[in-house]
Design a protein around this ligand. Structure first.
Ligand SMILES: [Zn+2]
Length: 147
């Protein structure tokens, strides 16, 4: 299961579909049709993809940090950056929204203390620069230092 990895990749702006319950044939069809790179730990799926001329990234490690390093090495990527462009929950695109459009939808103390807000165009989830962002930024700095 690479759900945590998918969430992280979306935070870095990658268009990243994630399906936890999908059979290999359907996955191969979608990847082919949408010209996607399949990221998986499953060697059988890697072989299946190669037979259908679909690019793959084979993951071996278990932590999201190690997995991102593996991906970076395989696609010659040397720096991950938070983009605030994609919803980590559903992969939808984010748009910046005005405070007055979300009155009553998020806690008042957040509305009063934050200036910038984003909303997912797909699932309507509202994002802001919460305290967790500094933890994520530390993660990214550490990650980039290990690529
Ligand atoms: Zn969303």
């Amino acid at each position: 299961m690479l759900g945590t990895l998918a969430k992280k990749l979306r935070m870095f702006g990658f268009d990243c579909k994630y399906e936890s319950a999908i059979d290999d044939d359907s996955l191969v069809l979608i990847a082919k049709k949408q010209d996607r790179i399949v990221v998986t730990k499953d060697l059988k799926l890697v072989i299946n993809c190669l037979q259908h001329d679909i690019k793959t990234i084979k993951i071996q490690n278990n932590t999201d940090k190690e997995q991102l390093i593996e991906i970076a090495h395989q696609i010659n990527y040397n720096k991950f950056q938070l983009t605030y462009s994609r919803c980590s929950l559903c992969n939808g695109l984010l748009e910046e929204i005005a405070k007055n459009t979300i009155l009553g939808k998020i806690p008042q103390r957040i509305l009063e203390s934050k200036e910038k807000f984003w909303k997912c165009k797909e699932c309507n989830h509202v994002y802001w620069m919460g305290t967790h962002i500094s933890n994520i930024e530390k993660f990214v700095t550490d990650l980039n230092g290990n690529i």
